[in-house]
Design a protein around this ligand. Structure first.
Ligand code: ZN
Length: 348
């Protein structure tokens, strides 16, 4: 199912996009920012579908749109007309998604795009071009894209998707209307997992908290043996102060071999959540995320001073940022684990 209704949360971006459709004010370029898995791609697809839906197209009215002065679009695609069905099967000819080739969106891809948009769209509607990871544009490709934005083609909109606005050249950003997508609130995400993905409520709450507001991350976690992994990592870090340096380095090496960055981030998130639970155990036990480990959390929390826990949480956050920034995973983990092992335990 596609359409704005299938996006969890994101009320402001949805409202903004539907207003553009209602008023027929289609800008030349939109920029969607926000972390992975919060609905940006689905919003781009829903927008393109609604703009091209033939099912419940309202009669033309006067509006002040840019390229569509006499058009007014439905705000939700019908899902059943020929165009919507083509969208659903990925075959609508005027919806073009550009993904990076490997790690980079290359100049050749933008040249191809320029050639394509020099021609008229296939259909009578709006051509939508989505750059799914605009932060992977290299310098040359960025400059070429800037030329596209400077001479906007008719009946075409570009949608650039990227985590942060700072990932792009300011000259590109200034030519786009910016829409910010926020992480999905934990409660909402947990409710969706419980209702639509038949998860146990406690499990859904844990996964939602762990996923940092990302729906795709939550679904990926749901399909892993996360309880086993969480229990393993907690045991390892709680024994770290008595482990030898060699053991700690070996563990960093083992985890560092993990090619999948997401999976390492999941483990770091589990460590962070564990320390967070230890920190709040005394004051707000009802807010503990590892609810199934409530008794252990309470017992272990007695061993720590609040400052130690705060320092450890900061150390994990630092490691998460470094991994995001592509610093060598093994080095980051070695550094983190040695810090966690070094920090003295303050017994109250
Ligand atoms: Zn339709």
């Amino acid at each position: 199912m596609s359409g704005f209704n299938s996006i969890i949360g994101q009320e402001q971006p949805k409202r903004f996009l539907t207003i553009l459709l209602q008023k027929g004010m289609i800008p030349n370029a939109l920029l969607f920012t926000g972390s992975e898995g919060v609905g940006k791609k689905m919003a781009a697809l829903s927008f393109a579908m609604a703009a091209n839906c033939a099912g419940k197209h309202k009669s033309p009215q006067k509006s002040s749109g840019l390229n569509f002065e006499d058009e007014i679009f439905p705000t939700e695609p019908c899902g059943t007309c020929k165009n919507c069905r083509q969208f659903d099967s990925g075959s609508y000819p005027d919806f073009i998604r550009i993904d990076p080739e490997g790690q980079v969106t290359k100049i050749a891809q933008i040249r191809e795009l320029r050639q394509l948009i020099s021609m008229k769209p296939f259909g009578a509607g709006l051509r939508v071009i989505v750059l799914s990871k605009a932060h992977t544009l290299n310098q040359e490709a960025s400059n070429a894209l800037l030329k596209v934005l400077e001479e906007p083609p008719n009946r075409t909109i570009l949608i650039l998707i990227t985590p942060r606005i700072s990932d792009l050249l300011p000259t590109i950003v200034s030519r786009c209307q910016h829409i910010r997508f926020h992480p999905i609130p934990v409660k909402l995400l947990a409710a969706v997992l419980t209702q639509e993905h038949t998860m146990d409520h406690k499990e859904a709450e844990f996964i939602a908290a762990m996923a940092n507001g990302s729906f795709s991350r939550a679904l990926a976690l749901k399909n892993t043996d996360w309880i086993f992994r969480r229990n393993w990592i907690i045991k390892e870090i709680e024994n770290m102060d008595t482990s030898s340096v060699a053991v700690i380095l070996a563990m960093a090496e083992k985890m560092g071999k993990n090619k999948d960055k997401e999976s390492t981030q999941d483990l770091l998130e589990m460590i962070k959540t564990w320390y967070r639970d230890l920190m709040i155990a005394k004051y707000c036990p009802d807010k503990i995320i590892n609810k199934d480990l409530m008794v252990t959390v309470r017992n272990v929390s007695q061993r720590y001073h609040q400052n130690t826990l705060l320092n450890r949480i900061s150390a994990v956050q630092r490691a998460q940022k470094e991994i995001d920034a592509n610093v060598n995973t093994r080095l980051v983990l070695e550094n983190l684990f040695l810090t966690l092992a070094e920090t003295p335990l303050d017994i109250d």
